[in-house]
Design a protein around this ligand. Structure first.
Ligand code: SAH
Length: 347
């Protein structure tokens, strides 16, 4: 059985034509049923012939993950622990910004990147998520939102949950294409963000996809010395190589990246760090998103004091770098990546 949610439109067209002798428009018809109308039963698709319905029922399923656990925060943030078909668990989060409903999607079961400050890495990567499983994360959040109000749905997606998207490149790219497609979720490219810890081959490949989807890069340090301690990936792709890839992306894609920078007390939040950071990214179009650290019980890292955060922002701004401080959500419900899943596994 093939899961229909695994296929982006052009791949579904090709499959239906080559394997099942169908006309090209069949795929569009199916896309409209499953994404526009959210129909999850082939038998109810009224403009599909009985004969083809039979093929669909025999060959395809519309399986989605199931909600294993749901936490709702005071600010309305929803965190779900989803159970996949093989029993593995992943987290999905919905945050409510004033501009829309933002889904934070996981891309892998566990993560191998091993960032020192992150709870996701407590559990090593078990496998990639399929495209269908990532699509399922959005379908499920949309169902929850619809129960709040007929017109409510996910309006923005960030691939910033557990996992490294460029370590699961093809499935993630198919997923974002389904999000973006007018017959798919029809979410505008500028409302979708993929975040990488800095896999530079992935950045270069992504630069040539011809997509307008945003790219965020987890930088978290102004130099290799600090970054090597926080992010093992930095030993493989150092900052110079990373900046090369960023410049390549800017040139090829014609877009700017966002650098994510978690402020960790006494580690990367000093004035000289801000000055070095500004120097590093001068000459690129990038801007910086400063992230208040979400402390994790098992780890030694602490969040920077409010005054350090503001001084850091101030130094960047005075050095000509555009920077903002990320708003926080759901701090009362294990909202840091991987915390809920890790807690559940422990039990
Ligand atoms: N692997 C990708 C995407 C997942 S992590 C990446 O590294 O970008 C998404 C973002 O959350 C990254 O910037 C990551 O560094 C950050 N993050 C991880 N743990 C965090 C924590 N405890 N508090 C705040 N941000 C965290």
């Amino acid at each position: 059985m093939k899961n229909i949610y695994n296929y982006r439109l052009d791949k579904l067209e090709k499959l239906l034509m080559e394997e099942y002798g169908q006309k090209k428009y069949r795929a569009t018809q199916l896309f409209k049923w499953i994404y526009e109308k959210r129909c999850s039963d082939f038998n109810q698709m009224s403009d599909i012939s009985l004969k083809f319905k039979e093929v669909l029922n025999n060959e395809f399923n519309l399986n989605k993950p199931e909600i294993f656990k749901k936490q709702v925060s005071k600010d309305g943030t929803i965190k779900l622990l989803l159970k996949l078909e093989d029993g593995e668990m992943v987290e999905t989060v919905l945050m409510r910004y004033n501009y829309g409903n933002v889904a934070c999607v996981s891309s892998e079961v566990g993560c191998n990147m091993g960032c020192a400050f992150c709870a996701s890495g407590f559990l090593k990567k078990k496998r990639d998520l399929t495209t269908a499983e990532m699509v399922g994360e959005i379908l499920i959040l949309d169902e929850l939102l619809k129960s709040e109000g007929e017109n409510k749905k996910v309006t923005h997606v960030v691939v910033m949950g557990t996992g490294e998207p460029f370590d699961n490149y093809d499935n993630v790219l198919d997923f974002v294409r389904i999000l973006n497609h007018p017959y798919g979720f029809a979410i505008g490219a500028r409302h979708i963000t993929v975040s990488t810890c800095g896999l530079t081959e992935g950045i270069r490949k992504y630069a040539n996809e011809g997509l307008q989807i945003n790219l965020a890069i987890s930088l978290h340090a102004p130099n290799d010395q600090i970054r090597n301690k926080l992010m093992p990936i930095s030993l493989k792709y150092n900052i110079e190589e990373l900046m090369d890839a960023v410049r390549y992306y800017e040139k090829q894609a014609g877009r700017r990246v966002t650098f994510e920078y978690i402020l960790l007390k006494g580690i990367n939040d000093r004035k000289e760090d801000a000055i070095e950071l500004a120097k590093l990214i001068k000459g690129t179009l990038a801007y910086v998103n400063l992230i208040p650290y979400n402390p994790i019980k098992e780890l030694i890292y602490q969040r920077s004091d409010e005054s350090s955060v503001h001084n850091f922002l101030d130094t960047l701004t005075k050095s000509g770098v555009t920077a903002t401080i990320r708003k926080e959500f759901g701090t009362d419900i294990d909202a840091a990546c991987g915390q809920l899943r890790a807690k559940n596994e422990k039990k």
